[in-house]
Design a protein around this ligand. Structure first.
Ligand SMILES: CC(C)(COP(=O)(O)OP(=O)(O)OC[C@H]1O[C@@H](n2cnc3c(N)ncnc32)[C@H](O)[C@@H]1OP(=O)(O)O)[C@@H](O)C(=O)NCCC(=O)NCCS
Length: 138
């Protein structure tokens, strides 16, 4: 929650976080010594795996940690025979979009007014971009 709260304008609640740590969810954390400095949370829904959350504590951003976490998410999908990987991202989150595109995700559709937004120009909501990647097995 410390990393989640430091990273997001609209962080998950602790209840949401706790409900996403078992069952059909999977995750990986990055550590600096004993301290969590980043993580991802994924969800399995049949052949489709979704990246629900990925973040890196501000002091550790720009060092390739998200890139490694995202590579681990993709590798988990490959290892567990996912057909497709999906994620949603705020249209204004250009940094995350660049990260996802470089990893091989591409835009599939736009979900209008999907996220709450504090940006005065956004009238309370902003669009989500749905991105996806198909995994191919030989
Ligand atoms: C998005 C986020 C996860 C990136 O984490 P990070 O550890 O700083 O990212 P990395 O250092 O692994 O960088 C990976 C890629 O991100 C992009 N990136 C990183 N820093 C960037 C910057 N300052 N400007 C633009 N793009 C940048 C680049 O595409 C970079 O690839 P490169 O190594 O080829 O340059 C992090 O900024 C974050 O936690 N943001 C808040 C939470 C969030 O928005 N999560 C995603 C939506 S749920």
């Amino acid at each position: 929650m410390r990393v989640e709260n430091a990273c997001h304008t609209h962080p998950w609640t602790i209840n949401t976080m706790q409900s996403c740590l078992a069952g059909r969810y999977f995750n990986l954390a990055a550590f600096n010594e004993q301290q969590i400095i980043g993580f991802y949370i994924g969800e399995k829904a049949g052949p489709d795996f979704t990246l629900m959350d990925i973040c890196v504590a501000p002091d550790f951003q720009g060092q390739g940690i998200a890139k490694q976490l995202l590579a681990a998410f993709i590798e988990y999908g490959e290892k567990h025979h996912a057909d497709n990987l999906f994620l949603e991202v705020r249209e204004t989150n250009t940094r995350a979009i660049a990260l996802y595109e470089r990893a091989g995700f591409s835009e599939m559709s736009v979900r209008k007014n999907y996220y709450p937004s504090d940006d005065p120009s956004k009238k309370g909501h902003e669009d989500a971009i749905l991105m996806g990647m198909t995994l191919l097995f030989g």
